[in-house]
Design a protein around this ligand. Sequence first.
Ligand code: FES
Ligand code: FES
Length: 161
Amino acid sequence: MKKKVSIKINGKMYEREVEPRLTLVDFLRHEIDLTGTHVGCEHGVCGACTVLINGHSGRSCLTFAVQADGAEITTVEGLAAADGELNALQQSLRDNHGLQCGFCTPGVLISLTELLRDNPDPSEEQVRDVLTGNLCRCTGYAGIVAAALETARRAHGEARS
Ligand code: FES
Ligand code: FES
């Protein structure tokens, strides 16, 4: 039997009737048309489906939409400005060649967004530790790590000036 869910996604409320077995990632992609969140393994391993659920990164393939009823979700679509201008982390990822096929990128961006929010000046080791939750088959992580560190450095530079 379908259940009604109300979920705030990227600052906007959505209400839908869904089957209890519908995963959050399928809800985002197929009910809301937010296809930026990717589905890789559907087993909680690859991290491509990572979103912020009430401010904490979580696997949207392991979460049912009904479990997110009343929650606030941030997807990769919620990171850029309304006019599409990339935020500092997104721009850094681009500048540092941190994306190739881009499949892992939405999850990477969400994981690093959480990291930089909670730890604005992470060490390379801390960045790499977070990225163990996001499998990338293309980049070798060097550009992704550089992007995270550059974003932190710039934020500090701007804060000091
Ligand atoms: S699709 Fe969710 S962790 Fe891989
Ligand atoms: S850029 Fe291709 S999987 Fe990461």
